[in-house]
Write a protein that binds this ligand. Structure first.
Ligand code: ATP
Ligand code: MG
Length: 140
């Protein structure tokens, strides 16, 4: 089992897609180990996406991620990081495969419904960003 982090982004929470996306992730074999509805501060969003701080889309990305509540999820399954990237689809929903979360629920390249960690190293860092170890539930 491997852990990865997903965030159902403010566009999808606002649109009422949270439940459908959770069902999609569970149907794809992920177990929810921790969940928290968060309203990110500007400092938190800047820290979370620090790798993109020099990109032209950084400021609007931080504005978007702080625009409303988002749902942070620690998810477990075998090969979770790579599998979740497959399940969410390409960054731009126009390029995402049919049946992926972004093809189904994203509006555009920025308002793209869901985040997923992109490596095992970043998954560990990002899970710890939202959840202290004690909040990760052990599943029987
Ligand atoms: P995420 O990290 O949110 O899972 P990703 O790994 O598919 O998405 P990244 O390249 O890490 O894509 O970009 C982070 C986020 O920044 C994207 O999900 C999107 O919301 C936004 N973004 C990326 N590229 C652009 C762009 N060219 N224009 C506007 N927003 C963008
Ligand atoms: Mg990314």
């Amino acid at each position: 089992m491997q852990l990865t982090l997903a965030i159902i982004k403010p566009d999808a929470v606002q649109a009422g897609h949270t439940g459908k996306i959770l069902a999609h992730l569970e149907a794809a074999g992920f177990q929810i180990r921790a969940v928290r509805l968060v309203r990110l501060s500007t400092a938190q969003a800047q820290a979370f996406y620090a790798v993109h701080r020099d990109r032209p889309f950084f400021k609007p990305l931080v504005a978007f991620m702080t625009s409303g509540p988002a749902l942070a999820l620690a998810l477990a399954r075998d090969n979770a990081v790579a599998h979740l990237r497959d399940v969410i689809g390409a960054t731009d929903p126009a390029d995402a495969k049919p049946g992926t979360v972004r093809k189904l629920y994203a509006q555009n390249k920025e308002r793209n419904a869901i985040h997923a960690s992109d490596s095992a190293e970043n998954a560990a860092r990002e899970v710890a960003f939202f959840f202290p170890e004690r909040e990760l539930v052990e599943l029987g």
